[in-house]
Write a protein that binds this ligand. Sequence first.
Ligand SMILES: Cc1cc2nc3c(=O)[nH]c(=O)nc-3n(C[C@H](O)[C@H](O)[C@H](O)COP(=O)(O)OP(=O)(O)OC[C@H]3O[C@@H](n4cnc5c(N)ncnc54)[C@H](O)[C@@H]3O)c2cc1C
Length: 420
Amino acid sequence: MPAHPKVLVLGGGFAALETAFLLRMRHRDDLDIRVVAADDRFLFRPNSIYVPFGADPGSLLVDLNEPMRRHDIDFERGRVVEVDPDGRLVTLDDGERFGYDKLVIATGADTSPDEIPGLAAHAATIWTTDSMLDVRRRFESVRDRVRAGERRRVLFLVPPNNKCSGPLYEIALMFETWLRRNDARDRVDITWSTYEHGYIQAFGPRLHEHVAEEFAGRGIDGHVEEAAVEVGAGEVRYADGSARGFDELIAFPPYVAAVRYPALDSDERGFVATDPGTRLAAGHDDVYVPGDAGDFPIKQAFLAFLQADAVANHIDAGLRGRDFDQPFDPVSMCIMEMLDKATFAQVPVEVTGDPDRPVRVRPDGNGGYKVGTSPVWRLGKKMLGFSVPMRFSAGEPFHAGRAWQAMDVGIKAMSAMLAD
Ligand SMILES: Cc1cc2nc3c(=O)[nH]c(=O)nc-3n(C[C@H](O)[C@H](O)[C@H](O)COP(=O)(O)OP(=O)(O)OC[C@H]3O[C@@H](n4cnc5c(N)ncnc54)[C@H](O)[C@@H]3O)c2cc1C
């Protein structure tokens, strides 16, 4: 490594910012850090679930120019199109090129609605804040038509190859609460249909039980192992020849990598093969891929943070000539919002290699498998929605410093009391 190594970070989301800000916190002036991102605003995507129920999409954005300037990080707005790991060069769509000593690829995932014929034409899909505004328009139309005396059928759909189903569960459960609060629940049939073997399959059998109980209590007609293959006007068709009708369809499409890197070993969806503990790209010792862009089967911001921490720690250990002793340990955490209460889950997982069930719960995992439901967990969700954008707008990593220590203690105390 040269005396003043260059770290180039691609992306401006959870994994990119956590890596860049953590490295800067540890190395004030012996590291050149450059971040290249397609957008100069960070989107706190987890809170976009509130947009269909009235939240302002603008409130989810953090301008990155000032925090980057303050922490002496070169920040370029630009779209990466190619990585040449042999030449250690990254090319943008305007032809500009950047060299590096260490490269961190954190360009995340994208959705691919066109994989299911008819989905884009007939469904409102969740992903961008604009698509969430479309969901809001449809929910409001359901409410208004029901108030005018009509009956409506709303179908929520997770098709195969979606890798982050949790947010759609939240939106379906929030919708049910919202309808009740708007005196419009009675004449709406809510149906849930997923390709998964269990509800929020990635988070194991206990979360399935909690969701099944919520669905039953709220009169949501839930179905698993339904693989959608096609959508027509008012009808979803499945691999086994069956079909379900709808008046409104809300879907979370299949996932693909936001950017494909042909020079790196990747799966058919473009997710880059990585070493489990360091998140180094397979076969490379200077290219890391934390977050949704890599091949970890669950795509989640919480796990993106943990992967970014491992990347920053690995680079840091190399610079200081120390052993690397903090590999990525996949203990996921999520808070599932329902508007009247929320379910917390802490889930230690391990990768199985089976594409049908790509992860399973580790019963002996660090901290254990914990699940709990309470209105108080909504506070935990609010705390996260406040503290992550606040830390990033200050140019600080989320998982470091006193703010994180306080929050970590708070979450542990809450989970000791409100989950088992
Ligand atoms: C509705 C919804 C709710 C969610 N809720 C939760 C939740 O409650 N908890 C949770 O843990 N996870 C949640 N997730 C998942 C979470 O948002 C993602 O896992 C997380 O954003 C992944 O972080 P990342 O840094 O890998 O990618 P991203 O956050 O997607 O960031 C990717 C970055 O790369 C940039 N980029 C893309 N292409 C290029 C390019 N060509 N050149 C340069 N830059 C590029 C993008 O502009 C962006 O800045 C939710 C997802 C959705 C859709």
